[in-house]
Design a protein around this ligand. Structure first.
Ligand SMILES: *Cc1c(COP(=O)(O)O)cnc(C)c1O
Length: 397
């Protein structure tokens, strides 16, 4: 089996999670809105899923809206907050390193007259709360900043940013957090952070794909983006996917219960790989050295093509990534590295390794044998090509 070092793209479904989901594909197939025994069984499972998810983030079960994934949770939070706040203003503030599931809904809102301000980040991908303080004004209705970055792993000072929204923002200005990338590794307490909206996704924490949740603070009003039945307290119409909801809730509960131990073990493995990879000439770490996800190693290799290295690694049995899985196939350099000040030719050499709970010592031993050599060879090949692009050879002189 190849070694999977791309847990930031998605994680394998955990056995206990699959087990918990299975009855809802067979015997317990009821519609949670039906008033009979079948429906009640589904309703009980769905209620329990809300309770479980809420308990992991210090929220109440009524503050949880279960969605068809992280992207839907973010679309609902951002568009719902924007349209509900339109009468008070049209300014939305975000950062330049957000996931496309935040950037693109906000770009869409721009077409309807909302003004989107993108805060800069430093060399390590961090947003400065001082910049938010300068950008926030009387017309600001929403601020959306991620908890951790999915490409470079940098953790944002979300509590300090929330404090700026609370003390400098106008009344009713909401703070939304994309907590999807770090949910298995960072403690999430919506009261400690002080956010109004927050999104998580199942498949980044060994749960099912197309299962997500949005936290919506009690008393905060947003506009539903999908209309039909009365499900999820009118906030998300459509017959609920009970199996997915159960899977997400069980996966999240297990991840949180084991978080400290998993983070400790995975960080040690990541640091071993990091030492080996950074020993290669011309390779340097991207993102914050200390305030970063414990499972993520992101680098740039000078004068190299990250995509070529990832292809070479795949042939040698290692699954890594150039950055975000969602932008694979695009030839554009990562907007995250661009925002961090990397020129295009440096950003081209980006490679991301993301470990998971199931990553073993033996896998990292093997990766340490393969990865540094593959990067060095790929760089050497690129250098030869650059010196002799037509392949005519230089030995004939
Ligand atoms: C994966 C991811 C998303 C998108 O979630 P999906 O469940 O894949 O739709 C959004 N934001 C971040 C930071 C992510 O890592």
């Amino acid at each position: 089996m190849p070694i999977y070092l791309d847990h930031a793209a998605t994680t394998p479904l955990r056995a206990e999670v699959l087990e918990a989901m299975l009855p809802y594909f067979s015997t317990d197939f009821g519609n949670a809105s039906s008033p009979h025994t079948f429906g009640r069984r589904a309703r009980m499972a769905l209620d329990e899923a809300h309770e479980r998810i809420a308990a992991q983030i210090n929220a109440g079960p009524r503050e949880i809206v279960i969605t068809s994934g992280g992207t839907e949770a973010l679309n609902l939070a951002l568009k719902g907050a924007a349209w509900a706040g339109k009468a008070r203003g049209h300014r939305i503030i975000t950062s330049s390193v957000e996931h496309h599931a935040v950037l693109h809904p906000l770009q869409h809102l721009e077409k309807f007259g909302f003004e989107v301000v993108s805060l800069p980040v430093d060399r390590y991908g961090r947003v400065d709360p001082g910049h938010l303080e300068s950008a926030i004004n009387e017309r600001t209705i929403l601020v959306a900043i991620q908890h951790a970055n999915n490409e470079v792993g940098t953790v944002q000072p979300v509590a300090a940013l929330a404090e700026v929204v609370r003390t400098k923002g106008p009344k009713g200005c909401l703070f939304a957090v994309d907590a999807i990338a770090g949910a298995a590794y960072l403690p999430i307490d919506v009261e400690a952070i002080g956010c109004d909206l927050l999104a998580i996704a199942g498949h980044k924490l060994e749960g099912p794909k197309a299962a997500g949740a949005m936290y919506l603070r009690r008393g905060v009003h947003i506009l539903a983006q999908q209309h039909g039945g009365t499900q999820e307290r009118y906030r998300r119409a459509g017959t609920e996917d009970v199996a997915s909801a159960v899977g997400l809730s069980v996966a999240f509960e297990l991840a949180v219960a084991e978080r400290v131990e998993t983070a400790r073990r995975v960080r040690k493995l990541r640091d071993r790989l990091k030492t080996a990879v950074l020993a290669v000439e011309g390779v340097e770490l991207t993102g914050h050295n200390r305030d970063r996800l414990p499972n993520l190693l992101s680098v740039v290799a000078a004068e190299a093509d990250g995509a070529a290295i990832v292809t070479k690694l795949d042939l040698e049995g290692i699954a890594a990534s150039v950055g975000s899985a969602c932008t694979t196939g695009s030839t554009e350099p990562s907007h995250v590295l661009t925002a961090m000040g990397y020129p295009d030719e440096e950003a081209r050499g980006a490679i991301r390794f993301s470990l998971g709970r199931t990553t073993t010592d033996a896998e990292i031993d093997e990766a340490i044998e393969i990865v540094p050599r593959a990067i060095a060879e790929s760089r050497a090949a690129a250098a030869v090509l650059a010196a002799d692009p037509l392949g005519q050879g230089v030995a004939t002189a």
